[in-house]
Design a binder for this molecule. Structure first.
Ligand code: ADP
Ligand code: MG
Length: 337
């Protein structure tokens, strides 16, 4: 009886057998301009990590906007308005379009002409003039893009990029590769996009640190997750400064300028990395009010949001799984109405 009790407390009643810590394997790779760390446990870990890493490289080959051999590059340099795309590309596009519709266009994969002129992806940073921005905006708009199974129609001058969704999708695929290899406990960190497979080897939840948007080398909170993706979009990730103004890499599709809606960072927690990634980018554009409205309408994820006033908002579903450690005052709960 005593043995049984202590087992329950430690959580070893879980179906999988205890996996010793010394079967931990780690693999670091650089892909998508990002330092990635993959950690897996168990006998299949080493092989699983190889396969996950291969899968990541494979996806990068398809989605890079700069690599001339990638499919996205081919799409952006097409000769006809209509073309057949791969199943993989169609799948991601379909998901992207659904989120564009649900977020009223805050997420928009057709923003690339604007993103590029601001210098993100090329490194030649500059602030385009208003007239130029209006001209560029005539080449954007997800509603102008049509996808029918694998047939993509893009008007002349339009270009797409998966920068706001690719890493989330890649996390899903890396975890799927690990799972297929027989791995049951793994955590994948794609430059701040975290994706957990199962629990930790001892059966407890993973502790994920959430990056402090002000002191971006530090963490400002911890979150317990199992089998979930944790994706953060922040102003600190990619930006440049000109005349004392900071310009970030997430664009507001309405204005053609960096999103400036009072948010320092927004973290989305959910079952699918691809959705969390797209939503974190969209929420950054929408601001606190728009994000709250989205969440109360659609749900399907949990959120940690930090405003410029250093207020931390957390949706009620993860309130008891999040501990604030940084100097941010009180956590404010976003409730379902
Ligand atoms: P990170 O790559 O740092 O994780 P995000 O997931 O927030 O950041 O994506 C930002 C990238 O998404 C930009 O670098 C750009 O390529 C693209 N992007 C910028 N604005 C938008 C937008 N409104 N909708 C969709 N993608 C965007
Ligand atoms: Mg994103």
């Amino acid at each position: 009886m005593i043995i049984l009790l202590s087992c329950t407390v430690q959580g070893c009643e879980k179906k999988s057998l205890y996996v010793p810590e010394d079967t931990k394997f780690e693999k670091n790779i650089i892909a998508m301009d990002t330092y990635m760390t993959l950690t897996a446990y168990g006998e299949e870990a080493e092989q699983g990590l190889e396969q996950a890493a291969d899968r990541i490289q494979e996806i990068e080959q398809v989605f890079s906007v700069t690599d001339e051999t990638s499919e996205i590059y081919q799409i952006n340099h097409r000769t006809a308005q209509e073309m057949e795309v791969s199943e993989e590309c169609a799948k991601v596009l379909e998901q992207a379009l659904e989120i564009s519709t649900q977020t009223g266009g805050a997420f928009d994969v057709t923003m690339y002409p604007v993103v590029r002129e601001w210098g993100f992806t090329t490194g030649k940073y500059r602030v385009p003039g208003e007239e130029e921005i209006q001209e560029l905006l005539s080449k954007t708009g997800y509603e102008k893009l049509s996808l029918n199974h694998r047939t993509l129609t893009l008007q002349e001058g339009m270009e797409i990029d998966f920068g706001g969704i690719a890493k989330g999708y890649t996390g899903d695929e890396a975890v799927a590769a690990l799972k297929k290899a027989g791995v049951e406990h793994a955590i994948v960190n794609l430059g701040g996009n975290i994706q957990a497979l199962g629990d930790r080897p001892d059966g407890t939840a993973w502790n994920v640190g959430i990056r402090d948007p002000i002191q971006s080398e530090e963490m400002f909170g911890t979150l317990q997750v199992s089998n979930q993706a944790v994706v953060t979009s922040g102003a600190y990730e990619r930006y440049f400064e000109e005349n004392g103004v900071v310009y970030g890499h997430i664009m507001n599709p309405d204005t053609g300028r960096p999103a400036d809606n009072g948010i320092l960072s927004v973290t989305v927690i959910g079952d699918k990395g691809i959705i969390c990634d797209a939503l974190s980018t969209a929420f950054f554009v929408l601001g606190l009010e728009g994000t709250t409205e989205y969440w109360q309408t659609y749900g399907g994820c949990e959120i940690i949001l930090v405003t410029e006033e250093k207020q931390v908002y957390v949706t009620e579903g993860i309130q008891d799984k999040f501990q604030l450690t940084g100097d941010y005052g009180e956590v404010i709960c976003i409730k379902k109405e």
